[in-house]
Design a protein around this ligand. Structure first.
Ligand code: SF4
Length: 138
């Protein structure tokens, strides 16, 4: 074997040995071990919570504004704040008696007059409202 072939083999195989050596010397992590942390994370506060996730806690929802039927999202979803105003001829999805409080997406508590709906983030819909995305609560 020539010295050129030996040098070529050395140059080809050395990186693999270095990678294997580094992998063998690095600390092993346990699959279910908790992540090490030197400083504990503070609990989230309203100021640190992301804006994309609306705060729908009971105290926060009391301050949420109501959806206006004229809002662009409300118009797009044919929202009415009283299901009696829903045009059953125009909206084939409407069935008599269907309203937000019976919708699977409604997040208000039973007996309350209004509650959050994920289709109107940051706002509340009336319990007797309705929109064309109504889905019967299971
Ligand atoms: S999705 Fe359901 S809860 Fe939300 S506005 Fe429409 S009917 Fe009401």
């Amino acid at each position: 074997m020539t010295s050129l072939a030996t040098r070529r083999r050395f140059m080809v195989t050395t990186p693999f040995f270095v990678v294997a050596l580094v992998a063998a010397c690095s600390p092993k992590s346990e699959p279910n071990a908790p992540m090490a942390s030197t400083t504990p994370m503070p609990p989230p506060t309203p100021a640190t919570m992301p804006d994309a996730v609306p705060n729908t806690s009971p105290t926060a929802t009391a301050k949420l504004p109501m959806v206006d039927e004229k809002d662009a999202q409300a118009v797009a979803l044919n929202y009415v704040d009283n299901s009696a105003k829903a045009d059953a001829k125009k909206f084939k999805a409407y069935t008599a008696g269907s309203q937000c409080s019976g919708c699977a997406l409604y997040q208000g508590k039973a007996g309350e007059s209004a509650g959050p709906c994920p289709l109107f983030a940051g706002k509340m819909v009336t319990a007797i409202g309705w929109c064309s995305s109504w889905v019967k609560k299971a």
